[in-house]
Design a protein around this ligand. Structure first.
Ligand SMILES: Cc1cc2nc3c(=O)[nH]c(=O)nc-3n(C[C@H](O)[C@H](O)[C@H](O)COP(=O)(O)OP(=O)(O)OC[C@H]3O[C@@H](n4cnc5c(N)ncnc54)[C@H](O)[C@@H]3O)c2cc1C
Length: 430
């Protein structure tokens, strides 16, 4: 791994954004790195490395991420799961309920024949696992604390002008620079943006008893609150609120905040003993109108950023990333240009259905469950009761929550290695 460039350096692939998506793409391309693919990973935030210890990963804040079972499998193939295993809490049961009304449903991993319905990992831990592993790869240039000021599409790829004045070229540019991608805008790529008029309040709590691997999703007329299990008595909390309520609640002293939160979740998971730092995120559904062009791909939040209620944003991004990596490995093995439009369109088409289904589900849930009308409330109570008694819809819901309702990414089941690259070269693994 190197961390500087001189002007006119040429790369096969430049990934803008070393967040969860950008870092994952590097891991998934590991076999091609072993055979000479040159990748630059650029982030405007500073990444400090001291004796291989990452001090402050970029974009990995106080949140926690619910990883679907399918994502766990991908992280294992990327070689990152080992670093997470002691810190990822398995969800073995989920209770979905509606505040003040009858109707709740339970989902259990045992019914699905898997060891967990999903896992909860703190973003800081996930960031460390993803970024630390990159240090071992050859042919990766990490440019942190580096802003890209301008991108020009040129024949054979694109040219990027860095804030320091250097310019670099690449055959393929992947914009993984988040939901407000300035460079996509500069390239004239439009976004469809729909505000939810709500804010996600995120914190951690310690309860008076152990969670025993239960997660809770509770809906009310004010929006959903999720309690997601972390270490023993700790939960990550995501509480979706109207912006005014959120501002008021954020400003409450800890005991009053705890009281309000306790009212929201009830006593099903015990009594709140301690509250962690609180953060808030305004919520919107943002979809890019184009995801690929010749020599260009938008990935992760740059392509679609979703409501967090179903915990699907990164899970979907990871499925996209795995599908794209499979295409790029294939192109690399066949010595095809990485920016080939036909290949990139093929990737986009392959992911269209998964993206569409996930976006619709993550958009529908908050609308259905946040509507203040009584009929809707009765309807969702009845819906939850019906769900509790029907095996197939519960199974489908559970599969969706695990990320297994979608076609599996096209990778062999073993961790990625140079050997699996040879198999890809012989094309029978695809
Ligand atoms: C409250 C909340 C809870 C969530 N919970 C879940 C969950 O449980 N499960 C789940 O799957 N998803 C969840 N998500 C979604 C998930 O967090 C996102 O999908 C994920 O963070 C997207 O990562 P990314 O790498 O695409 O973008 P980002 O994390 O936004 O990273 C973009 C990176 O690009 C860099 N960058 C931007 N512009 C430039 C530039 N011009 N030059 C250089 N660098 C640049 C930034 O510094 C940043 O590091 C949640 C989201 C929210 C808001």
């Amino acid at each position: 791994m190197t961390n500087s460039v001189s002007s006119s350096t040429a790369f096969d692939l430049v990934i803008l954004g070393a967040g969860m998506t950008g870092a994952s793409l590097v891991h998934l391309l590991q076999p091609a790195l072993q055979t000479g693919m040159r990748i630059a990973l650029i982030d405007r935030q500073q990444i400090h490395w001291t004796e291989d210890v990452l001090e402050r990963p970029p974009s990995f804040d106080g949140r926690a991420t619910a990883l679907a079972w399918g994502s766990r499998q991908l992280l294992r193939r990327m070689g990152c799961w080992e670093a997470l295993i002691d810190r990822a809490c398995a969800i073995q049961h989920i209770q979905v309920s509606d505040r003040g009304r009858f109707g709740q449903t339970h989902l259990h991993a045992s019914e699905q024949g898997t060891e967990a319905l999903g896992y909860i990992v703190e973003n800081a831990v996930l960031g460390r696992a993803l970024l630390q592993g990159l240090g071992a790869y050859p042919n990766v240039t990490l440019l942190s604390d580096t802003d890209v000021q301008r991108v020009d599409m040129i024949s054979g790829g694109s040219q990027l002008t860095l804030a320091g004045g250097e310019s670099i070229t690449t055959a393929l540019l992947v914009l993984a620079d988040g939901g407000r991608s300035g460079l996509a805008q500069q390239l004239g790529i439009r976004q469809q943006r729909e505000e939810y008029d709500s804010v996600a309040l995120v914190t951690q709590v310690e309860m008076d008893r152990e969670h025993l691997h239960w997660a809770y999703e509770r809906f009310s007329d004010h929006g959903p609150v999720a309690f997601l299990p972390l270490q023993q008595r700790h939960f990550a909390v995501v509480w979706t609120l109207p912006p005014d309520d959120c501002e008021r609640i954020l400003a409450l002293p800890d005991p009053l905040f705890a009281e309000q939160l306790q009212q929201q979740i009830g006593y099903r998971c015990g009594r709140i003993k301690r509250i962690g730092e609180r953060f808030s995120y305004p919520l919107a559904l943002v979809c890019s109108c184009e995801q690929v062009r010749r020599g260009l791909v938008l990935l992760g939040n740059a392509a679609h950023s979703l409501h967090p209620v179903a915990g699907q944003g990164f899970n979907l991004a990871l499925r996209d990333t795995a599908a794209l990596a499979a295409r790029l490995l294939e192109s690399w093995a066949m010595k095809r240009p990485l920016g080939d439009l036909a290949v990139l369109l093929d990737y986009a088409q392959q992911q269209q259905r998964d993206q569409g289904n996930t976006i619709i589900a993550s958009d529908l849930l908050p609308r259905l469950f946040a509507h203040p009308g009584k009929l809707t409330a009765l309807g969702r109570g009845a819906g939850l009761m019906a769900l509790a008694s029907l095996t197939t819809p519960r199974r489908l819901l559970a599969l969706h929550a695990m990320g297994l309702g979608q076609p599996a990414p096209r990778f062999a089941s073993a961790p990625i290695s140079a050997q699996s690259f040879s198999r890809l070269e012989s094309a029978d693994a695809l």
